[in-house]
Design a protein around this ligand. Structure first.
Ligand code: SAJ
Length: 424
């Protein structure tokens, strides 16, 4: 059946670019978000998130009448759910973070009101295994007049699939088109319908599997990356103890044809790689030994870096007995969760900078060329306008490898370089 009207529920970092992509192919797109601010911004042809090329696409889509946003769902032929799936806080009963599916549940309840026979519902949010079946069950609970795949298989009125997003922040517009898609329909007809929808703009392969395997595929991709980064982070700590330059070491080891070690850093941030492995660990805590260990290694890295800063402060004071800590100035380079973006969410760099701000030193300078203001809790005067000039400080801590910092190693001072761009 033709999918002429497409609704995207959740207009964040994934939903909005996806909605704009369908609109660019002249589909009628209804974007849905609970945030009135997001809805008003989009309907004014603007965007509320930072992503290259997205602003132009959204403006064109809205001006052309192909994209509109609303706070509640309206009838469509296909619904794509791209809402957050964070984890719940750790409790006495759960030492491993448990996934929070409440956003999916409330999206299901609101979409259910406008569903009609023949519609397709796709879950795009990164989800624990079984979430697509739960989504289908929540829809069925709301609509006793319609049939769903879990009870009626190929003959169901409504088609359900999980097609996880896999795009890299900062490259979303290109990757949405070029990346391969995993299509996990609850039945073959569900998969066929989902492929038809994605073929609107996807140029990569659309590879069919079942919903549970599709869920696990996405979690596996991010857990695999998390484990590779944990290996690099563990190596960096071992090398520090043994007096070996980890960057040189990894460069040498990677010359082996079958070795490809990732890069160490101040920790793993963002809302994907630092979250998704827990969805595997919480489903199989006894079995997910390596995955859990990798999470713990990466989570511990910011504190290890902070301890290095404290040691540097102590050695500076030892070497300068005429000074007290109130005379010391520390500069932190980078606050974002990775290079060349402005996103501070779950950022290990911000976590470290935050602790440095609490040290009893004279002054802390925060340098982040990609933002113009700090989160509200900070004194805004801590944010330094960098402009590539030398920064006067006693201890320099490189936390993010932004392009602006490359080839600009501070001279004649204590330098802690967590990304290896200043080390010789
Ligand atoms: N990092 C390192 N060393 C490295 C690579 C990354 O320390 O060698 C750190 C980064 O600095 C950052 C964190 O890891 O703090 C995550 O950054 P990332 O670039 O690895 O990944 P994300 O979170 O921006 O996007 C990931 C991608 N997943 C994979 O590459 C397997 C993306 O394709 C997914 O769509 C996205 O998660 C998601 O939405 O799940």
């Amino acid at each position: 059946m033709p999918f002429n009207t497409i609704s995207v529920v959740g207009l964040g970092y994934i939903g909005l670019p996806t909605a704009a992509m369908f609109a660019s192919k002249e589909k009628k797109v209804i974007g849905v978000d609970v945030s009135q601010h997001a809805v008003d911004t989009i309907n004014a042809g603007q965007i509320h998130i930072v992503e290259p090329e997205l602003g132009v696409m959204v403006k064109k889509a809205v001006d052309g009448g192909f994209l509109k946003a609303a706070t509640t769902p309206e009838p469509a032929d296909a619904y794509l759910i791209a809402v957050p799936t964070p984890f719940l806080p750790i409790t006495d009963q759960h030492s491993i973070p448990e996934p929070d599916l409440s956003y999916i549940k409330s999206a299901a309840k609101s979409v259910a009101k406008v569903l009609k026979k023949g519609d397709l519902v796709i879950l795009e949010s990164t989800s624990p295994v079984g979430a697509t079946e739960k989504l289908s069950a929540w829809l069925a609970e709301e609509r006793l007049d319609l049939t769903f795949p879990q009870t009626h298989g190929e003959d169901s009125d409504i088609r359900i699939a999980h097609c996880p997003e896999r795009v890299l922040p900062g490259h979303v517009v290109r990757e949405l088109v070029e990346n391969n898609r995993v299509i996990g329909g609850m039945t073959n007809k569900c998969s066929e319908a989902a492929i038809e929808v994605y073929r609107t703009f996807v140029e990569g392969d659309c590879v069919v599997t079942n919903a549970r395997t599709a869920e696990m595929t996405k979690l596996t991709e991010n857990a695999s990356r998390d484990m590779s980064i944990a290996f690099a982070n563990e190596l960096s700590i071992i090398c520090d103890k043994l007096g070996i330059n980890v960057w040189e070491l990894i460069g040498l080891a990677n010359r082996h044809p079958r070795v490809n070690i990732l890069q160490p850093g101040p920790g793993v941030g963002g809302h994907c790689i630092a979250v998704d492995p827990w969805f595997i660990a919480s489903a199989a805590p006894e079995e997910a030994q390596l995955i859990t260990a990798a999470r713990n290694v990466n989570n511990a890295k910011p504190n290890w870096v902070f301890e290095k800063v404290k040691l540097a402060l102590a050695s500076y004071l030892l070497a300068n007995p005429n000074k007290s800590s109130a005379d010391v100035k520390i500069a932190c380079y980078g606050l974002a969760f990775k290079a060349n973006i402005d996103d501070l969410r779950e950022s290990p760099a911000l976590q470290i900078a935050d602790k440095i701000c609490d040290l009893p030193v004279g002054q802390v300078l925060l340098i982040e060329p990609n933002i113009s203001e700090l989160p509200k809790k900070y004194d805004q005067t801590l944010l330094v306008d960098y402009g590539g000039n030398d920064v006067a400080a006693d201890i320099h801590v490189l936390l993010v490898d932004h392009d602006e910092f490359k080839n600009r190693q501070p001279k004649a001072a204590i330098v802690i370089d967590t990304k290896g761009i200043w080390s010789d």
